[in-house]
Design a protein around this ligand. Structure first.
Ligand code: A5A
Ligand code: MG
Ligand code: ZN
Length: 469
């Protein structure tokens, strides 16, 4: 196990994010702290999506014949599908698949729903669990067999152009989402051999985890008319003709939470952006026998103000254990701000504010307005965390001029390496083998008279490679 993977497992357990001891490989239990983080992340996501999508909920099970209809799609997923064969003692005459993703559950219904061009565009999403019998090494939140938090959006449009524009829109929505979590990313178009089964093309977001390997954290697919033809999703145009719709779909998963934890965490444990932390503030009263009640009263007033006027989530930790133990626990759990308050602070009309992100203490004056300065600190934490993550991320993206240099850099430093490439599949796969990496994808940027780093023919794309999860 790598150092990061050890840290990751330890923190998932100690911070009570998930319990991985559930007796099915790749399937885990969300614990209360983890569940709170997940809920807060989903709130942000729903707020963004609800601006232009509607949320729906489809059944978990997909009939065998529907799943099999789209040939390329089913080929891509056949080795990963879980099957239900029995209802009680009765063998089903039609097997039922646990959805690995919901195209083949949704699109037969879309075919019933879409009638006229006036119905379009339609933009739906659902957040559900999906099942994939992954054969690669499973890892909590990163590669699971029950993806417990699968957000999939599905859109339909009249024209090819509109679908292409929706891809751009989806990328913008995801950028906003990742930005708000301080998760840095690169966006590339996946090579043809790595696109979503059935898609015309796939755009992907990748981030870098602390061990230098990249993690795909979101994908946006332009499906063209492939599924529309298979599932007969047509609309009537203004002139009365019947046309197939153009479709897109885009998805996110538990990996968002994995990267949130991995990217912001440190040797003390979790470090959570204020917007998704279970509590933004924890108050620890420093109690000595004589002054206990007065200190607690002050703490409760602060909690009240922060909650009612500040609309913050606050935990007053008045447990009868050593303050040092509380500090350790809340630091490990990544709570952004800790307020410490004892008799001496009250005397001096001060309170101590500890920032989890930079481990620094500030003294705030007690009395007048505690809400504004605490909110300011939370904002600083948010932007500091984002900047820090981006700085490290950018340091881990470098350009190279030769295959040998790519190989040496990746071996030594991991991260993302980029160069110019011809775009040919044979050359690309040869490159992947030589450098022991994956081609993440390409960006539309041409060198004036550049040559492919590998085969020497004309270069077409800026191309990013890395060791991937
Ligand atoms: N229907 C489309 C959106 C779809 O299924 N796309 S996808 O296959 O690319 O999955 C969407 C996202 O789910 C991926 O970008 C990846 O971030 C995540 N994902 C895929 N398999 C996963 C797994 N086994 N565990 C955790 N996350 C996974
Ligand atoms: Mg897969
Ligand atoms: Zn080439």
């Amino acid at each position: 196990m790598s150092e990061f993977s050890e840290w990751f497992h330890k923190i998932l357990e100690e911070a009570e994010i998930i319990d991985i001891r559930y007796p099915i490989k790749g399937m885990h239990v969300w614990m209360p702290q983890g569940f709170k983080i997940r809920k807060n992340v989903l709130n942000i996501l729903r707020d963004i999506l609800d601006e232009e999508h509607e949320e729906v909920l489809f059944p978990l099970l997909i009939p065998e014949d529907e799943l099999a209809k789209e040939g390329i799609h089913v080929k891509g997923f056949e080795s990963e599908v879980y099957w239900i064969t029995h209802g009680g003692l009765t063998q089903l005459n039609k097997k039922l698949a646990l959805r690995p993703t919901s195209e083949t559950a949704m699109y037969p219904m879309f075919s019933l729903w879409v009638r006229s061009h006036t119905d379009l565009p339609l933009k739906y999403y659902q957040i559900v669990n999906t099942f994939r019998y992954e054969t690669k090494h499973t890892r909590p939140l990163i590669r699971v067999r029950e993806i417990t938090t699968f957000k999939e959006a599905h859109t339909m449009h009249c024209t090819k152009k509109e679908a292409e524009e929706q891809v751009i829109t989806a990328l913008e929505l995801y950028k906003r989402f990742f930005d708000s979590l301080g998760i840095p990313y690169v966006i590339t178009r996946r090579p043809v051999w790595d696109k979503f089964p059935g898609a015309d093309y796939t755009m992907a977001f990748d981030t870098i985890l602390p061990d230098g390997k990249t993690l795909q954290i979101g994908t946006v697919h332009n499906l063209g008319q492939t599924f529309a033809r298979t599932f007969d999703i047509t609309y009537e145009t203004a002139s009365g003709d019947h046309e197939y719709v153009y479709q897109t779909c885009y998805g996110l998963s538990d990996r968002v939470i994995a990267s949130l934890i991995g990217i912001h965490g440190d040797e003390k444990g979790l470090c959570l952006p204020p917007d998704v932390a279970p509590y933004q503030v924890v108050i620890v009263p420093i109690i000595f026998k004589e002054a206990g009640e007065e200190v607690l009263k002050y703490c409760e007033d602060i909690k009240d103000a922060l909650e009612k006027r500040g609309n913050l989530k606050v935990y007053l930790d008045d447990r009868d254990i050593r303050a040092g133990k509380k500090f350790y626990e809340w630091e490990m759990r990544g709570i952004p701000v800790r307020i410490e308050l004892g008799p001496r602070d009250i005397q001096n009309k001060n309170m101590v504010v500890f920032r989890r992100d930079n481990l620094e203490k500030e003294i705030l004056s007690l009395g007048d307005d505690v809400v504004t300065p605490v909110k300011e600190i939370l904002n600083k934490i948010k932007s500091n965390m984002k900047n820090k993550a981006e700085e490290i991320f950018n340091q881990n993206i470098v350009s190279v001029k030769t295959v040998q240099a790519a190989k040496e850099h990746i071996e030594k430093h991991r991260g993302i390496v980029y160069f110019y490439w011809c775009g040919e599949e044979d050359c690309g796969k040869d490159l992947e083998e030589k450098v022991h990496v994956d081609i993440l994808g390409v960006q539309e940027e041409y060198p004036e008279e550049g040559k492919c780093i590998n085969c020497g023919s004309n270069a077409k794309y800026k191309t990013l490679i890395s060791k991937t999860y």
